[in-house]
Design a protein around this ligand. Structure first.
Ligand code: COA
Length: 145
């Protein structure tokens, strides 16, 4: 498996992977993000097949992870871990100070992944995803200095 930068031709596959997420992005959201100069996308590939992806914004000294999804047939194989690891490596190599993300408090698998990767709970956002669907904000400080 390789982790590489996405190219705009990957958008349709990313959309497919993202469709399992409750508040999935639209095709236009992805096209805008590919062109906005602040969002980066990484993909996990096995040959030609994209097995998972992560998208994040780079703003000043911070990174904000917007989305991550792994093909349902390939979960629990460490792909999500490798994608997050690469985001952390990129943050470290470019001197960023912290990585933020928001996640539905009921998304047990994603929260377990983030905690395993050293993210800590920072705040709760009540009803962020709709009535009684709270978000949890997690942060990982980068120890690069
Ligand atoms: C969250 C997601 C990206 C994890 O990807 P993955 O490739 O399966 O993750 P990994 O195999 O690297 O798992 C890493 C750790 O996360 C935790 N984890 C992952 N899936 C889990 C599950 N279903 N239940 C409990 N813990 C889970 C475990 O701690 C796991 O480590 P372990 O296998 O050593 O026990 C994947 O489940 C997914 O695509 N979910 C749908 C999209 C989504 O909800 N994205 C998050 C939006 S914020």
């Amino acid at each position: 498996m390789k982790i590489e930068r996405c190219v705009s031709e990957d958008i349709m596959r990313i959309l497919e992977l993202d469709s399992c997420i409750e508040c999935a992005w639209s095709k236009d959201n992805f096209i805008d993000s590919f062109n906005n100069g602040i969002t980066e996308f990484l993909k996990a590939t096995d040959g030609e097949k994209i097995l998972g992806y992560v998208g994040y914004d780079v703003i000043l000294d911070e990174i904000c992870i917007n989305n991550i999804a792994v093909d349902a047939a390939y979960r629990r194989l460490g792909i999500g871990t490798e994608l997050i690891k690469q985001v952390i490596n990129n943050a470290t190599e470019t001197g960023k100070n912290r990585i933020f993300l928001e996640v539905n408090e009921q998304n047990i698998s994603a929260i377990a992944l983030y905690k395993k990767m050293g993210f800590e709970l920072l705040a709760h956002r009540p009803n962020y995803y709709g009535k009684d669907k709270n978000a949890a904000v997690y942060v990982k400080n980068i120890a690069w200095k």
